[in-house]
Design a protein around this ligand. Structure first.
Ligand code: OAD
Length: 245
């Protein structure tokens, strides 16, 4: 069922009565903060770059300086962005509902800046550095074109998941458990094209969960019971308001 811009009557009650709500966000949840999404060609981040050229371990090994320049550009862009009403609404929903698990594909730290706690960072975090050799989190000298690991002297890399890399085990495990256990699965601002993140909704669909997506554009996914064709920064605050009705 697609609701253009409005919230089905049953949804606030379903959220209120849910024992466990699982939320998965994608780049669309940060779009109203001015952070470009990945696949919206007219302003997508990748319209300027080829993803294979930049977001892979091979690209990093070929030219770590180029990769650091791109990620430092992205860090600056994202650090200048502010959480939007959708981020704040999710942080507030977590306080108001019995249990809310927030999984994000985004690496922009905006959920945390909006006050969300225990965010499951499915694709890592843009503002964390890791040792390229050991994978451990480390803090390097940011004045270096390619920062070095203080422990082993190897290269540091941004702590995000690149193409061809596996999802951090704990994040994947916790996310799958939440998807299986939840009574409502809310997908916000994702094209549902990238696995295994996109598979979480399918996991939830195998149980008795109510599946809801919020996205102004139709996605390729067919598992959702409710699709709200609207912006998350509009709908999520409205949902919060309706909780009390
Ligand atoms: P996409 O760029 O694929 O999809 C963003 C979705 O957000 C699109 O379907 C838009 O229609 C929707 N959208 C745009 N503005 C919105 C708004 N205001 N409110 C709600 N939705 C809105 O980004 P993701 O689905 O997040 O992975 O992409 C998934 C992964 O693909 C990313 O995490 C990234 C990429 O590979 C890694 O970096 C590992």
């Amino acid at each position: 069922m697609t609701n253009v811009g409005d919230i089905p009557e049953a949804l606030p009650g379903a959220l209120r009565d849910a024992r466990h709500v699982c939320v998965l966000t994608g780049a669309g949840a940060s779009a109203e903060s001015g952070v470009p999404t990945f696949r919206e060609a007219q302003d997508g981040l990748w319209s300027r770059y080829s993803p294979q050229q930049l977001a892979t371990p091979e690209a990093f090994m070929a030219d770590p300086g180029l990769i650091w320049r791109w990620y430092r550009w992205r860090r600056k862009l994202v650090a200048a962005a502010e959480p939007n009403p959708g981020h704040y609404a999710l942080a507030e929903l977590a306080k108001r509902l019995s249990r809310l698990t927030l999984i994000t594909q985004n690496v922009d730290n905006l959920h945390q800046r909006a006050g969300s706690k225990d965010v499951i960072e499915f694709h890592g975090n843009l503002f964390v550095d890791r040792c390229f050799t050991e994978g451990t989190i480390a803090v390097g000298d940011d004045t270096q074109a390619v920062p070095k690991c203080p422990q082993c002297g190897g290269l540091l890399r941004p702590g995000v998941v690149w193409f061809g890399e596996t999802i951090p085990e704990a994040a994947l495990d916790e996310s799958c458990k939440a998807a299986v256990d939840c009574d409502v699965f809310l997908s916000v601002g994702t094209s549902s094209e990238v696995y295994p993140a996109a598979g979480l909704a399918e996991l939830a669909a195998e149980s008795t969960a109510l599946l809801v997506e919020i996205n102004p554009k139709p996605t390729g996914s067919t598992v959702f019971d409710i699709s709200i064709a609207a912006k998350s920064g509009i709908i999520l605050p409205k949902l919060l308001e309706l909780l009390d009705d």
